[in-house]
Design a protein around this ligand. Structure first.
Ligand code: 6PG
Length: 646
């Protein structure tokens, strides 16, 4: 999160910058730095002036500095940059050769730091250094500096064969006339994320395609409509949009998942160059993301798949963000994503690097799977209350009281929905009971099936939506199979306990799916950190998620954690009672009952799977193992006359 919001005089940016002019000795850091500072009327600092005396003595004696020597120097420069940023922008000349040095230099101020690498070949720099007499750096150290330099992909690289005035002009043009990031797609999410980026002081370009008669001047209209976007540059030409971005170019793409992403990649690749980053912020399938990462890497480009949760409001005020792909490339976009993300209880951003490949989109897909089951559980609770004769206001009042024990964003919005009136009636009563879906619940179900993980609550919630979609058939069967159902009044507290139980099982299953995927695909997912970035900004944020951050630090299996064992034991009797009563009274509760069935199955020591194995062996000679033979030997039986073979 950017901590400096002051307006910078002269520059077009809304936040001050510390511009580090970096490179090996002899590239002209001080010359360029002071020229640039004059041009921008901001202070210039030569990093060499901040070396402790011991370092200067060491260098004069011809010995290279080690990392321990450099540490106090880098920390002093970081402190200097922080102090300056409180007042204004500044320019600092500093070699900053290693990534770890740059990490120290930009500590806590990453979003306000820009790197400019003065780039030249050894021979040229060597010649320049030889001409210098007053400098304390002997040219014999130049080779070691070249060897130490770790490629700063985040830096604007400028060829030192240009004249100093030209170099300064390029820096000005790149850093102050061009935009730091571009947003493609001015739909609800794209527009809101663009506004969020602009509110955080980033300079942005906006692109929306031009479809005559359908989508015309969309980006320009967004700039007119929202005051935060008044400095944004709007485009409907992709080439001009790309040209308006600073190098390496960062593009946040917010368009429909699927073919549209492949089409825009196809158009963009010829316009981009090495280290540019394409961020797909939509709900793309993780396999597609994986394929696109490979495709772009062939052109030395980066593709980051970033799951973004929180809907329109989250996108505008702070979503939860789940980015994955090349870890180096993530560093290029980290300041942007972490600045716009929601913050957790400790003020840390609800955004962190998830892992390689399409793991970010996988994690977002599981988020949505959990979301499906959470929504379905609330729908079932609503149905149970309704069958108990309560009206929407009464249900809202009961749910209001539940906030003390089982609060979540989805519970809160459900209460609002239940209370919403249109005329004399509740709006909810006028909504057609056919639920839609955009596919992520389906993908989560397929992924769990592919991995052999029983995410039964996600699939139950998905199939409940599918059942609901067959409205005409439901009308017919409701008449054909009409029965006289005995009146049923649920005990509110017992229903609350069943709901709490089912929510725990939903999270157990969701994190189990993540754990197994991480193992199968070698993603090294940090489950606790994923829970942490789901504590704010996203749709499934809840008190339970806060608790899970700690639990998942200790154990990957929530069901084995002591506090959950006692909690589940205390909720279990009410869950059994509520589920049984609902079934007796014909209330459809696929998710509540699945939570119980899953749990009962999971705690059954000797299951009926022995019969399944025998059946498989009977008709297909698939063999089976025996309980009392730990060797795992395969047995086959001729079942009709009962003879057994090894
Ligand atoms: C979010 C949501 C968001 C959206 C999904 C689910 O995290 O902000 O999950 O991504 O609501 O598209 O949509 P469906 O319910 O239509 O599948």
């Amino acid at each position: 999160m950017s901590i400096f919001k002051a307006l910078v005089p002269k520059m077009s940016l809304k936040r001050p910058l510390a511009i580090f002019i970096m490179g090996v000795s002899g590239v002209g850091k001080s010359t360029i730095g002071s020229l640039l500072a004059q041009q921008l009327t901001v202070p210039f600092f030569d990093g060499d002036d901040y070396h402790p005396e011991t370092n200067i003595t060491k260098m004069k004696a011809g010995s290279p500095l080690n990392d321990d020597d450099r540490h106090p120097w880098l920390t002093a420069l970081n402190k200097l940059a922080k102090e300056q940023l409180q007042k204004n922008s500044c320019i600092i000349a500093c070699s900053a050769l290693k990534e770890s040095y740059r990490t120290t230099l930009h500590k806590d101020i990453e979003a306000n730091v820009k790197w400019v690498l003065l780039d030249g070949d050894y021979e040229l720099i060597h010649k320049r250094l030889k001409k210098r007499s007053a400098h304390f750096m002997p040219d014999s150290l130049l080779r070691s500096q070249f060897d130490t330099l770790e490629d700063p992909i985040e830096a604007l690289k400028i060829d030192i064969t240009l004249r100093p005035e030209e170099i300064v002009r390029v820096i000005e043009e790149e850093l102050f006339e061009k935009s730091e990031i571009g947003v493609i797609g001015m739909g609800v999410m794209g527009k809101s994320l663009a506004r969020n980026l602009a509110s955080n002081g980033f300079s942005i370009s906006l692109f929306n395609r031009h479809l005559p008669g359908k989508e015309e001047n969309i980006a320009a209209k967004a700039v007119q409509e929202f005051k935060e976007l008044s400095d944004a540059k709007p485009f409907d030409s992709l080439q001009a949009f790309v040209n308006s971005l600073q190098r390496p170019k960062k593009l946040l793409v917010m368009i429909s998942a699927g073919n549209a992403i492949d089409s825009i990649i196809h158009e963009l690749v010829p316009l981009l160059s090495q280290n540019d980053v394409f961020i797909d912020g939509g709900n793309s399938h993780y396999d597609d993301t994986q394929r696109r990462i490979h495709l772009l890497s062939e052109s030395d480009l980066h593709f980051i798949g970033a799951g973004i949760s929180g809907g329109e409001e989250g996108a505008l005020k702070g979503p939860s963000i789940m980015p994955s792909g090349n870890k180096e490339a993530y560093k290029l976009i980290r300041p942007f994503l972490e600045s716009i993300a929601a913050i957790d209880q400790n003020n840390d951003p609800c955004c962190s690097y998830i892992g390689p490949d399409g793991s970010g989109h996988f994690v977002k897909m599981v988020h949505n799977g959990i979301e499906y089951a959470e929504m379905q559980l609330l729908a079932e609770v609503f149905e149970v209350f309704r069958r108990s004769g309560e009206n929407n206001d009464e249900i809202a009042t009961s749910l209001e009281a539940w906030k003390a024990t089982v609060n979540s964003y989805l519970l809160e919005i459900t209460i609002d929905i239940l209370r919403k009136k249109e005329g004399n009636d509740w709006l909810l009563n006028k909504i057609l009971d056919k639920s839609g879906n955009k596919g992520t619940g389906n993908w989560a179900t397929m992924a769990s099936s592919r991995l052999g993980v029983p995410s039964t609550m996600i699939s139950a919630a998905l199939f409940a939506r599918y059942i609901a979609s067959f409205k005409d058939e439901r009308i017919t069967t409701s008449e054909l199979y009409a029965t006289k159902i005995a009146p049923y009044r649920v005990d509110t507290d017992e229903l609350r306990k069943a709901y709490e139980f089912a929510r725990i099982i939903n999270h157990v299953q969701g994190f189990k799916l993540l754990y197994e995927a991480s193992k199968a695909y070698n993603w090294s997912l940090n489950l606790s950190d994923i829970a942490r970035i789901w504590t704010n900004g996203c749709i499934i944020r809840s008190d339970l998620m806060e608790t899970l951050v700690q639990v998942l630090q200790i154990s990957k299996d929530i069901l084995l954690e002591a506090s959950f064992i006692s909690k589940i034991k205390s909720l279990y009797p009410s869950t059994t009672k509520v589920v049984s009563e609902c079934i007796l009274h014909e209330v459809p509760i696929p998710c509540l009952s699945e939570a119980l069935n899953y749990f009962n199955g999971y705690k059954t020591k000797n299951s009926s799977a022995n019969l399944i194995q025998a059946q498989r062996d009977y008709f297909g000679a698939h063999t089976y193992q025996r309980l009392h033979d730990p060797s795992g030997k395969a047995y086959h039986t001729i079942w009709k006359n009962s003879s057994t073979h090894d």
